[in-house]
Design a binder for this molecule. Sequence first.
Ligand SMILES: [Zn+2]
Length: 135
Amino acid sequence: MIAVFCPGCGTSDADRPFWKIRDQLWFPNRCFQLVVCTRCGFVYLNPRPDDEELREYYPGAHYRLVTLPATLPDAYHWRFSKIEQRKVSGKLLDVGCGEGLFVAFALKRAWDGYGLDTSPEAIEAARRWLGDRLS
Ligand SMILES: [Zn+2]
């Protein structure tokens, strides 16, 4: 894990705990700490996994979905409920979109969705339902 500066304002000494999250997929004994910057309000993961740790969470073989699920996965209900409390349509960018399921369901809900991921395997998988809506 590596400590990071606030992506919003660049400060390194103004974060406070915001939300502790347990990994729900690969390593249930590992936790992550979201912090909020008291200077600019940006919420971000700190510390965050380094590149080697990230590869443990996102192995290339992880992206093997063949068909888009017919219904919204339970994990996305909460995300959409939080987002749509503030806005019900518009542009949406999923940074770290994986195989693009969240964006695919956002498109079904009238969002103009796009995805971004660093994994070539994820991008290849996401192109099946997102076409050129990712990079
Ligand atoms: Zn900040």
